[in-house]
Design a protein around this ligand. Structure first.
Ligand SMILES: Nc1ncnc2c1ncn2[C@@H]1O[C@H](COP(=O)(O)OP(=O)(O)O)[C@@H](O)[C@H]1O
Ligand SMILES: [Mg+2]
Length: 321
């Protein structure tokens, strides 16, 4: 993957394999398969791909919730595996995750105040006045204003958009350097999506925060992101500046998902473009979902075509670019 200055968080050759039962035997499910990935200060990298391609697993590994089977995660160049306890705590303060479903991620019995304050308490910020000031500031930041009218509410007293903004406030209250946002607006009505997304864009611009924005929607990734990484069956198959990837996709899979979106696809919408079986790491298709699938496609090691944008495609169409 291309070099970006300001790299804070990095996955190096990360693999996450699960042993799953299938009938009478166990198979190895390659949820994330040899991924290199970087998040750096001041830009948003979109991670896009169909359901099941490994986006959430990659995010869990980057956030330190889950250990990779192989490869490593580095923060400021230091491997998570080798971090001392105090460094690990600093890592957890600096790398925050926003989950897809705020109703699941937020304790229904907690007030907004306790939800947002929890991370501060875990990090040892206990002084009442300081906690209150920081919680209020975080709520103002996500436009839950005035904060006093929200702090004592419980999740059921908030709309979906408000609750997701509480989830973002909970992440931002620690002033992290990196936020991993896993489909943060997919549960929200289209009408409130923009304001939630703009909060993340604002945090990037004002605070120089790095954001990995995970979505199955390439149009959304394009709207929010500076860079885009396209995942397919556990691998990053294409990477580059969002504009380049969307206007000039190098990988046939990227081409196919763009063409399936009427708004930004340049071609006539043709859902047949994504052919073959639905992708699932449980059932790796014998025929890749690609128009240009060739004999090369099953090769073990994917080759970068250009340094940036990067495409993992072996197709002749790509090599002749
Ligand atoms: N804990 C787990 N055990 C077994 N399989 C898993 C586990 N977590 C995820 N998977 C599988 O790994 C693949 C990738 O899942 P996920 O990362 O959730 O994809 P995405 O977020 O892109 O939808 C899927 O096939 C999923 O079923
Ligand atoms: Mg997911």
């Amino acid at each position: 993957m291309a070099a970006q200055d300001s790299t804070l968080l990095e996955a190096k050759s990360v693999k996450v394999y699960y042993s799953v039962r299938r009938g009478v035997s166990n198979i190895l499910l390659k949820a994330v398969d040899d991924v290199d990935f970087k998040v750096g200060g001041g830009y948003i990298i979109g991670v896009v791909g169909e359901s099941g391609c490994g986006k959430s697993t990659l995010a869990r590994v980057l956030s330190g919730i889950e250990e990779p089977t192989d490869g490593e995660v580095l923060f400021n160049g230091e491997s998570l595996r080798r971090m001392s306890r105090s460094k690990k705590k600093e890592f957890h303060r600096n790398v925050q995750m926003i989950f897809q479903d705020p109703y699941e991620a937020i304790n229904a019995r907690y007030t907004v105040f306790d939800t947002v304050a929890e991370g501060l308490r875990v990090q040892g910020v206990k002084e009442k006045g300081v906690v209150e000031e920081r919680v209020h500031r975080a709520l103002e930041y996500v436009r839950l204003s005035p904060p006093e009218s929200f702090t004592m509410r419980k999740p059921f007293e908030l709309s979906g958009g408000q609750l997701q903004r509480v989830a973002i406030a909970r992440a931002l209250v620690l002033e992290p350097k990196v936020v991993l946002a896993d489909e943060p607006v997919s549960m929200l009505d289209v009408s409130v999506r923009a304001e939630v997304l703009n909060t993340l864009i604002k945090a990037k611009s004002d605070r120089g925060m790095g954001v990995a924005f995970i979505t199955h929607d390439i149009a959304l990734a394009d709207y929010v992101s500076d860079y885009v990484a396209v995942m397919y069956l556990g691998k990053v198959v294409e990477y580059g500046r969002a504009d380049d990837v969307v206007s000039n996709p190098l990988h046939p899979y990227t081409q196919a998902i763009i063409d399936a979106v009427p708004l930004i696809g340049k071609k006539f919408v043709d859902r047949e473009l994504i052919k073959g079986e639905i992708s699932s790491a449980m059932n790796v298709p014998s025929q890749p979902r690609c128009l240009d699938a060739s004999l090369h496609c099953g090769s073990t090691r994917l080759l970068p075509v250009r340094r940036e944008p990067f495409s993992a495609c072996h197709g002749l169409r790509i090599f002749s670019v």
